[in-house]
Design a protein around this ligand. Structure first.
Ligand code: ASP
Length: 354
């Protein structure tokens, strides 16, 4: 087991070290270790990141990443994953990938064996099979129970609006509401707050032994998402971004809101313009919270020197993991968040969605 050294209140991670592996949430500890082991055995940044995210996809990171994790409205568990290579500025990603466990591995094949950037849905599955991946169900008793509980609870919460029947009371199928009856609402309801607690992403940034910077993600996305929904995690610049000249960043949180602001790209651009990683992450989060103060999410930024910073919103704190030559095992750092909701204070520690 890991000996956890929790550095509460360490807002600015002042160390600078290369090579380095950084991962989102406490559950990334094993993935960070796995990526680090591969780095030390001579793997490059892409393979190390694939190793780290794959570790989570094997069922080691709770119920929001990998098989048996958060099902969509139809009861199926799907995956989004991304690799952004900061050396070549090339991308491989899969979105809404079905019936294949190792989504980040498939993303690597998109990166290395196609001239495309993102493959989606059943056709991404066909691609994965051509590349040698096994097609198999991603459902488990746990994910089936999650889905049945949600169905039996009148499909609450869900992500529909302005449809009939009233989605806050009933399951679909739905039809669009007549224009005159549409009620646009901008407040976060209680059910939306519940949703915040049931999704997370493994996001990683790796600087390898040759100073190449790679960033990436893997996630089931939002629990009970509408089938076909693609979040921020597989979107370049949103879920992750890297540029060898500057650094890398990755994001986790309410993807439908976050992807509108491409926060990983913004964090790297802020570092390009001279900001520290902490200042850059702060700016990426502030740009979103200015418009959506109740969005829940976090960004980690790493500059090319191996300095790290993170920022988060609408949670108590955001934990992330870091491994460098300075440590014998991955460390957990935490950063306090902006706009912590009063009802979360003292009872919600972010990062361990059940
Ligand atoms: N960003 C992910 C999504 O919206 C979920 C998360 O990281 O919490 O799909």
């Amino acid at each position: 087991m890991y000996r956890l050294i929790i550095l509460f209140g360490l807002i600015n991670a002042t160390f600078a070290a290369k090579p380095i592996v950084v991962g989102t949430w406490v559950f990334s500890l094993g993935g960070t270790q796995s990526a680090w082991n591969d780095l030390k055995n001579g793997a490059d940044g892409v393979d190390s990141l694939v190793s780290g995210c794959s570790y989570c996809e094997q069922g080691n990171c709770g119920l929001t990443v990998g098989f048996g994790g958060s099902p969509d409205e139809s009861g199926e568990t799907t995956l989004d994953a991304l690799i952004y290579d900061g050396k070549t500025m090339d991308v491989g990603a899969v979105a809404d990938l079905r019936r294949v466990k190792n989504a980040v591995g498939v993303a690597k094949h998109v990166l290395q064996h196609t001239k495309h950037s993102i493959l989606a849905g059943d056709q991404a599955t066909e691609f994965a099979k051509q590349m040698g991946f096994t097609e198999e169900s991603l459902s488990t008793n746990v994910s089936t129970d999650m889905w049945e509980t949600w169905r039996n609870g009148n499909c609450q919460p869900n992500y529909w609006k302005n449809v009939d029947p009233d989605p806050t009371q009933y399951c679909g199928p739905y039809t669009p509401l007549n224009r005159n009856n549409i009620r646009f609402h901008n407040i976060v309801s209680d059910s939306e707050i519940d949703i915040h607690l049931t999704h997370d992403t493994i996001g990683m940034v790796v600087i390898d032994n040759d100073d190449n910077i790679v960033a990436g993600t893997s996630t089931n996305g939002l629990r009970h998402k509408i089938a076909g929904r693609v979040g921020d995690s597989p979107i370049a610049g949103s879920g992750a971004y890297a540029d060898n000249e500057v650094g890398g960043a990755c994001a986790t949180g309410d993807g439908d809101t976050m992807l509108r602001f491409v926060p990983s790209f913004l964090a790297v651009e802020e570092m390009r313009n001279g900001k520290t990683p902490k200042e850059a992450a702060d700016e990426a989060i502030a740009r979103i919270s200015k418009h959506y103060p109740n969005f829940s999410g976090a960004v980690i930024a790493v500059n090319k020197n191996g300095e790290v910073g993170a920022a988060c919103n609408y949670m108590v704190e955001f934990p992330y993991t870091v491994m460098t030559d300075d440590y014998s095992e991955p460390q957990i750092l935490t950063v306090p968040c902006t706009n912590t909701p009063r009802e979360f204070k003292g009872k919600y520690c972010a990062g361990n969605a059940k």
